[in-house]
Design a protein. Sequence first.
Length: 462
Amino acid sequence: MKRASRALAAAVATGLVAMSGTAAVAAEQAVGRHTYTGTIGGAAYKVETPVRWNGTLLIYSHPYYPADMPEFPPGNGNRVDSEEWLLEQGYALAASDFTGRTGFVVKEAVRDQIGVLDWFEDHVGKPRRTVATGSSGGGAISVLLAEKHPDRIDGVLAMCTPIDLYGQMNMSLDINFALKTLLGAKDVELVNAKDPAGSVQRLQQVMTTQVETPQGRARIALASAFGNVTGWNSALDPKPASVEGQARALYEIQLYGAVGVFGAVGQADLAKHAGGNPSYNIGVDYARQLAKSDQLPFVRKAYKEAGLDLGKDLARLAAAPRISPDRQARQWMLRHAVPRGTTPSPVVTLHNTADLAVPDHERWYATQVRQHGSPADLRQLFVARATHCAFTVGEEGVALQTLLTRITTGRWPSTDPAQLNAKASALGERWSKVFDFATGGDAVREPGFTKYRPSSLLRSSR
């Protein structure tokens, strides 16, 4: 999300001229390098055309924005320099900022992106190929966009995506539930909260105190295991070797992610859109969830170092009051926020091997594609790196080129990691920077494509 903010800030800094409203653009103005902004149905949009358009339009869906996201025009890439590279390559770019722009605006996003696509075809021209792309929650929107409008989208590139958005929200609930119960947080409501921001602040305060003790760190590790989140939070540094180092990384991840954004405040926003609370943990056996988690060995080690009884803490979770969903809200989520995996057009996914939006979503999506779509239309790429959306422009560019080769020729090029890394390296050091959430800075890194098999998603929506 910080990366998206930086991309939007850069768009403002360029001083591009905005067009108000939805006034028509003459055809001759659409030729060459131009930027167009305005509103469609109340949603801001941004369209950029390159000096020489290659006929491909990328329609970019931005990630989930929390309520305090600054008011910037919409961006067109996962990184600030993504736009620059894409325009240099001749791609046209388009994006809606979505009606409401912050929170769980998934339903609105699909409608608004089609509005921008209509505008582009009316005022710029009909693309030879239209690719839906996005990072984080925007990747899920891109998949949904292709499924709901198969006649408008020729391919999808979904990056660092929690494709099962409903499953992700339930895993966030699990993490918050475990933290509240095990850390003894008082006056914290997880759903239907009277004071969502206050609940978040109180839970964060308890976490910040407890992370300074071995017992608190062990319990943060256990809560994180219910989302199968790895204790590695730096795209530039290796995974911490010690239990304390990994637990502190989990604290940082959950303080901002599962608690800060998707805790009580995020659940309240979700309920507003869904018409009630869809999230639940009724019927969840946390001992069984832990047994399925890749993080079980780490949790056992953390509990041993802390001198705690893991069985007793699991019993505390089993005895704690549970949360039930509102039936209509649950149906709303299944209808508007969970793709079926029909692959009406080719799909490429790109994911880090360690991410708070766990790569397990990719395994879930592949299962849905086997049941409802065509596995031959799916390629899933992984980068051996930690933190959210930590890709170089070169890696994103190679993933896009992989998709476009399939769209253009009907055949997939090789996705062998060595060949993908060679292609990304060939683009040069200029496009080899990685943004690190842990430090807030960029650094050059070698391409990291790798073979990887994700675990099963612990709380899939179906």
